[in-house]
Design a protein around this ligand. Structure first.
Ligand SMILES: [Zn+2]
Length: 428
């Protein structure tokens, strides 16, 4: 697109006056963004950093290895096929006249056995932000029909573009050159030099146009800022904003925004005063959240149980008949214990505790499955569904129907104890 307005002509002129990025400027990004890898083939390890190779008998999974020649710590890769290429982005943040400029550089590293890696860098975008938060940008062209959003045509020139919907404008760089130059108004609106994982082009525009973002950044509520920009925008008439004002007044920093918002929902559910420091700014957020959470879970469980009492009783009879011969089975290793669920009520308890569908989807009726409850240090952690046909673990899920951090250990305890279940089947 040819520049038309006065502003566009000015942007193109400033762009042309920007100094070319010297090779030396890329170097910190090359070392920060890329991995150091080794390949193992036929008992030989190849360092993709210096080209050296040496005899290496076994590869221990996920273990790092040190190259005896260049002494770099390397990680074995299984992505190597005739070479390995990594691509990433870094940014240079600068300001000229009244423009906040973000220069986006695409970098790549090509690695081959017996060679030193080769690097390539080219500037692919320049974003110009003005004091009112509006943005224009120049970009190289991309391949039109590519399945990737960023198949840059290296030989194309940086040109003004008019497509503001492209995901390329939301790319987050893996590295930002530490020497940055920022417009005074951005500093005045609270920017303190840190980006907190938010792409500079997004953060700057928010700071300039969104007074909520400005308030969050000025009050150092960075996790809430991240939540506001990445998850759900905070609204001025909502409960979060009201509670946030209390936090700010009391110098209370919310370190886990998602958990805190969840906690506010619980406070609201229990008609607690959302204007009270006592509730809104708990000394131990996790503890306060979990206390209300478990209260709510128990209530829901009780209610569901009362409402379905008759049906549960009926289902319990069937369940007892079908799975009785597994009852009493418990396996423990270290702090993990796994036991067979023995009643439909327990299904309900598991479901309420983990907020998953083991009760609503009537897993107690599944003929060829056995459902077990895994606890870590006595705390319900995952629910396991085991196939009684091939003894595969069909699923093992915890809170929110997701694997917990103990998933691997739980699965291996389960696998080591499968013979107990098989024995019970034979005996039945
Ligand atoms: Zn090496």
């Amino acid at each position: 697109m040819k520049p038309k307005s006065k502003l566009e002509h000015e942007i193109v002129a400033v762009s042309n006056s920007l100094p070319a990025i010297a090779h030396n400027q890329h170097k910190p990004a090359f070392s920060k963004c890329f991995s150091h890898s080794a390949v193992l083939s036929r008992n030989t390890a190849f360092c993709l950093e210096c080209g050296h190779n040496w005899k290496q008998e076994i590869q221990i999974k996920n273990q790092k290895v040190t190259c005896p020649h260049c002494l770099k710590k390397l990680e074995y890769t299984n992505k190597y096929s005739n070479g390995l290429k990594e691509t990433d982005y870094y940014q240079i943040v600068t300001a000229v006249k009244d423009f906040q400029i973000i220069r986006m550089v695409c970098i790549s590293k090509t690695m081959k056995k017996l060679q030193k890696p080769s690097y390539f860098a080219h500037e692919v975008m320049q974003m110009f932000i003005t004091a009112d938060g509006s943005m224009r940008y120049l970009s190289k062209n991309v391949m039109g029909l590519s399945m990737y959003i960023d198949q840059w045509i290296t030989s194309s020139d940086l040109e003004l573009k008019s497509n503001y919907n492209t995901p390329r404008l939301r790319l987050t760089p893996s590295f930002i050159q530490p020497r940055i130059k920022v417009l005074p108004i951005i500093k005045r609106n609270g920017f303190c030099g840190k980006f907190y994982g938010i792409a500079p082009q997004i953060l700057f525009r928010e700071i300039l146009t969104d007074s909520i973002a400005e308030t969050l950044i000025k009050s150092n509520q960075m996790d809430l800022l991240y939540y506001h920009l990445r998850n759900t925008p905070i609204k001025r008439d909502g409960k979060i904003w009201g509670a946030l004002k209390i936090c700010i007044r009391n110098n209370y920093i919310v370190n886990d925004a998602k958990l805190w918002v969840d906690y506010l929902d619980l406070l609201e559910y229990y008609w607690k005063d959302l204007k009270s420091v006592k509730y809104v700014c708990p000394a131990d957020l996790r503890k306060a959240h979990d206390k209300l959470m478990s209260r709510k879970q128990k209530e829901i469980m009780k209610k569901t149980f009362e409402e379905n009492k008759k049906q549960i009783g009926k289902n319990q009879k069937h369940y007892l008949k079908a799975k009785q011969h597994f009852f009493g089975l418990t396996f423990s290793e270290k702090n993990i214990s796994i036991s067979v669920i023995e009643s439909v009520k327990e299904f309900l308890e598991e479901a309420c505790y983990h907020n998953h569908c083991v009760f609503t989807n009537e897993y107690y009726k599944k003929q060829n499955s056995l459902i077990l409850s895994a606890k870590v240090d006595g705390i319900p952690t995952e629910t396991i569904q085991l196939s009684l046909e091939n003894f595969e673990i069909l699923q093992s899920r915890g809170r929110g129907n997701k694997a917990s951090k103990h998933n691997k250990q739980i699965r291996s305890v389960m696998i080591r104890n499968l013979h107990h279940i098989q024995n019970r089947m034979k005996a039945a």
